[in-house]
Design a protein around this ligand. Structure first.
Ligand SMILES: [Zn+2]
Length: 143
């Protein structure tokens, strides 16, 4: 099947309703690569992506992290200005047909390497444990 080649508005993305993971490629995977739940993806038109959407995704992510790995120790950065900047940058990636990459890291242009920096990135757990926050300061350890 072709990839919505004629769609001018950037098509749709899929978002996991459990952990907030955003999946950019055509079809949603049967199982979420982050939380491993099955059948949890919902389809969202790219032109409906805005700050509120990202905040909702990140809130789900924090809730999932706190329920599974961390005992309610993680919080979303309360600084709305930081969140708005991140949402805008991540939104620009999605609107230009890319994945929801971490806007604070450098893209290599190599598919497999760059897959590691889709938010929540491959590195965030280690960073949270070592520095008390992820690289972007999106997720913080509660003081
Ligand atoms: Zn998930």
């Amino acid at each position: 099947m072709s990839r919505e080649a004629g769609s001018a508005s950037g098509g749709t993305i899929h978002r996991c309703t459990v952990c907030g993971y955003i999946y950019r490629d055509g079809e949603a995977p049967p199982e979420c690569p982050i939380c491993q739940n099955k059948g949890t993806f919902e389809e969202i038109p790219v032109d409906q992506i805005n700050y509120e959407f990202f905040k909702d995704c990140w809130t789900r992510q924090v809730k999932w992290m706190n329920a599974t790995k961390y005992q309610n120790e993680i919080m979303l950065n309360p600084d709305e200005e930081v969140l708005k900047e991140l949402a805008e940058a991540e939104g620009n990636f999605l609107k230009s047909g890319k994945q929801a990459y971490c806007p604070c890291r450098l893209l290599t242009g190599k598919e497999l390497a760059d897959r590691k920096i889709i938010c929540p990135c491959y590195f965030y757990m280690g960073e949270i444990e070592l520095q008390g926050k992820c690289h972007c300061s999106l997720y913080l350890v509660k003081k």
